[in-house]
Design a protein around this ligand. Structure first.
Ligand SMILES: CC[C@H](C)CCC(=O)Nc1ccc(S(N)(=O)=O)cc1
Ligand SMILES: [Zn+2]
Length: 252
């Protein structure tokens, strides 16, 4: 037993008061006029590599200075881009982590940022209540996404758990939907260690990718090259967790 329902054994915070993901119910979210728009300054961002960590495919960035940050909205400081990764299902009707009125999207992209103003390292920020800011973007299936092929073309290089390869000059700005309207709430990492350190910013509008592009994520493996069992990487999403009285706010 290793899935989300067993995580509480080793990580009791799995039953904590601010766990993620959650089901977002739009008409129960409170419109907050004080919530400004979010601002993404990714123009000087520097991607470094792409890897398979046995849970997802991750693109990492150089976070040694403030070259790519998210700010505004619910954030009191600029947060530095550290990495992005995806969650997906085995078929188009499920795969996202957050759901909207009980409905899942086919996949969800997470852009992980950390508060380098208040904390010295990502690991320190990852354990602080205001340490991380994750921008969540839903993926819907439909037409091909014009820029996603840059990532899907590299997936064969990181098929096995533990594989990593160079991945330079990728700017995730090309993966944003047209509107930056969002919901925001206080939550956690959605995989162990499940730290309750994330200010979640979930964009309301999905981006569209094709079933073919999404299928390439499913050829990744949870298992390493040396393992005899080949387990396809799919359904790497945690189901929605109890809201426990939390308020979800909506941008205007
Ligand atoms: C202690 C250091 C750090 C926890 C270990 C590596 C890490 O970054 N984990 C992580 C990041 C993001 C998410 S999610 N899916 O965006 O909530 C889940 C797990
Ligand atoms: Zn994630």
């Amino acid at each position: 037993l290793t899935g989300p329902s067993a995580w509480h054994n080793k990580y009791p915070v799995a039953h904590g008061s601010r766990q993620s993901p959650i089901d977002i119910v739009p008409h129960q979210a409170s419109r907050d006029p004080n919530l400004s728009q979010i601002v993404l300054n990714y123009d000087r961002c520097t991607s470094i590599n792409i890897s398979n960590n046995g849970h997802s495919v991750v693109v990492e960035f150089d976070d040694t200075d403030d070259r790519s940050v998210i700010q505004g909205g619910p954030l009191d400081n600029p947060y530095r881009l550290k990495q992005f990764h995806f969650h997906w299902g085995e078929k188009g009707c499920e795969g996202s982590e957050h759901t909207v009125s009980g409905n899942s999207y086919a996949s969800e992209l997470h852009l992980v940022h950390w508060n380098a103003v208040k904390y010295k390292t990502f690991d320190e920020a990852a354990t602080a209540p205001d340490g991380l800011a994750v921008l969540g973007i839903f993926l819907d299936t439909g037409d091909d996404h014009r820029w996603l092929h840059t990532i899907t073309d590299a997936l064969y290089m990181v098929k096995f758990k533990g594989s990593i390869t160079d991945f330079k000059d990728f700017n995730p700005k090309c993966l944003l939907p047209s509107s930056l309207h969002y919901w925001t709430y206080l939550g956690s990492l959605t995989t162990p260690p499940l730290h309750e350190s994330v200010i979640w910013i979930v964009l309301k509008d999905p981006i569209t990718v094709s079933e073919k592009q999404l299928g390439k994520f499913r050829m990744l493996l949870f298992t390493g090259e040396e393992e005899d069992q080949r387990l396809r990487m799919e359904n790497n999403f945690r189901p929605p967790q109890p809201l426990k009285g939390r308020k979800v706010r909506s941008s205007n």
